[in-house]
Design a protein around this ligand. Structure first.
Ligand code: NAD
Length: 274
């Protein structure tokens, strides 16, 4: 049986009109790009993540002004299942429904496996993988009750291929592909889809800072650092923009993507085509 999601108003149609989206880790970078794209497409959004309170306030006010959407903030720590449940309830209590869940919060760690501390491993797995289990677990009953939903997990090219010095991150990101497939299979007849987006290198404040540092310490020209160091694995030799990830997530969240589920979808300039 097909149970349709709420339809946009005729005449002023935006593809996510009437939807409510929760994006974890959306105070910066890719998560903020996705939240902005959803808000421009008509959705109300729950923003989550760390940062200075005044900067978070400015971000949310700016997003609301720019898009006309309503946004609320949850400070939930993605390593804490209790706080995650409170965050999902905030969405349901504020807006009365939850249509789109994006598990985006993530941290990166680089180092040889024998020098990765147990604490670092646990933190990377908790934020990049276990948090998605905890959000999905509490969001699914509401999606089922309301007749459908969309779950999008932000994985990585490192969910599809390995790379030295990234043991915890690569293991967690590979894990989220498995979780994506299982959730897709368990919800396939419930008008709920679950997919993973696998970005390569994306231009975020972190990438910008990393580039500046490499140029300073390596003494190499900026273009050379970009091509041969940062984008060594990325054949198209350009960073993806957060707006590209936001646009793709918006499509996956829309009615048009109803038959895409259980997929790991790269936006990586050809990285995983090697
Ligand atoms: P970012 O550091 O700009 O943003 C990470 C967000 O997660 C921030 O809002 C931060 O406050 C939040 N966060 C971190 N720990 C948290 C916690 N314990 N609880 C709640 N929020 C927490 O990073 P980004 O580059 O935008 O990365 C976003 C996602 O995209 C991550 O899952 C990352 O692995 C993935 N990714 C990024 C790239 C890239 O090139 N930037 C490439 C592939 C995948």
């Amino acid at each position: 049986m097909h149970i349709p999601l709420p339809q946009p108003a005729v005449g002023t149609a935006k593809i996510l009109d009437g939807r409510v989206a929760l994006v974890t880790g959306s105070t910066s970078g890719i998560g903020l790009g996705i939240a902005r794209a959803f808000a421009f497409a008509g959705a109300s959004v729950v923003i989550n993540g760390f940062g200075k309170p005044e900067e978070i306030n400015d971000t949310i006010e700016g997003l609301q002004k720019e898009t006309g959407a309503t946004a609320v903030y949850s400070a939930a720590d993605m390593t804490k299942p209790d706080e995650i449940a409170v965050m999902v309830n905030l969405a349901l209590e504020t807006f009365g429904r939850l249509d789109i869940l994006v598990n985006n919060a993530g941290i990166f760690h680089v180092g040889p496996i024998d020098q990765v501390s147990a604490e670092k491993w646990d933190a990377v797995v908790a934020i990049n993988l276990s948090s998605a289990f905890h959000t999905i677990r509490v969001a699914l009953p509401a999606m089922r009750r309301q007749g459908g939903g969309r779950i999008i997990n932000i994985a990585s090219a490192l969910a599809l291929v390995g790379s030295p010095l990234t043991s915890a991150y690569t293991a967690a990101k590979h894990g989220i592909i498995g979780l994506t497939k299982v959730v897709a299979l368990e919800t396939a007849e419930q008008n709920i889809t679950c997919n993973a987006i696998c970005p390569g290198n994306v231009w975020t404040p972190l990438a910008e800072a990393h580039l500046a540092e490499q140029v300073k310490t390596g003494g190499l020209p900026r273009e050379q650092v970009i091509r041969n160091v940062l984008l060594a694995e990325q054949p198209n030799k350009r960073f993806a923009m957060v707006e590209e990830i936001g646009a793709f997530a918006t499509f996956l969240a829309s009615d048009a993507a109803a038959s895409i589920t259980g997929a790991a979808l790269p936006i990586d300039g050809g990285w995983t085509a090697h």
